[in-house]
Design a binder for this molecule. Structure first.
Ligand SMILES: [Zn+2]
Ligand SMILES: [Zn+2]
Length: 131
C-alpha cells in the first residue's frame, strides 16, 4: 500500500476534481488519459510502474515544473476514469489498487524522471540545448 505523504494535498486534489468535474478521455485504456482543466487546457496523465510501484505523471506545471510533484486533480480525475474502465473489465473488486505515486516529468523531453529546479531531467540539463 502506497501512502501519499501529504494527505492534505491529496484531499485537496480530490475536492478540486469533484468541484471542477473535468472531462476525461481515454487515450490508451489503463495507461494514458487526457483531462480538461477548469481553464479548458488539456493535460495528459500517464500511469505506469516505476520499479514495480504504481506511479503517474501529468503534463501540468505541477509535474513538469517541479522536482517533487504533488497529486494534481487531473490525476484524480484520470484515476477515477481508470477505475471505471477497470470495473467494466471486472478487475476492480479483485484487486483494489492504491493511488499511484506522483512522478516529475521533464519539461523538455516529457520523460518521467527526477528533474532539477528548472524542470529538466539529467540528460536534458546536460545537453547542449540548455548550456
Ligand atoms: Zn496535472
Ligand atoms: Zn529530459
Amino acid at each position: 500500500m502506497i501512502e501519499i505523504k501529504e494527505k492534505a494535498q491529496f484531499e485537496k486534489a480530490i475536492a478540486k476534481a469533484q468541484a471542477v468535474k473535468p472531462k476525461t478521455h481515454i487515450i490508451e485504456a489503463g495507461r494514458v488519459y487526457s483531462v480538461e482543466s477548469s481553464q479548458g487546457d488539456e493535460y495528459q496523465v500517464t500511469f505506469f510502474k516505476l520499479n514495480g510501484v504504481p506511479a503517474f505523471t501529468c503534463t501540468c506545471k505541477a509535474h513538469t515544473g517541479s522536482a517533487a510533484p504533488k497529486v494534481c486533480y487531473h490525476a484524480v480525475a484520470a484515476w477515477s476514469q481508470h477505475r471505471v474502465v477497470k470495473a467494466v473489465h471486472k478487475a476492480a473488486e479483485a484487486s483494489p489498487e492504491p493511488f499511484p505515486i506522483p512522478v516529475a516529468t521533464c519539461r523538455f523531453c516529457k520523460t518521467p524522471s527526477t528533474v532539477d529546479s528548472t524542470g529538466l531531467c539529467n540528460s536534458c540539463a546536460e545537453s547542449e540545448l540548455f548550456s
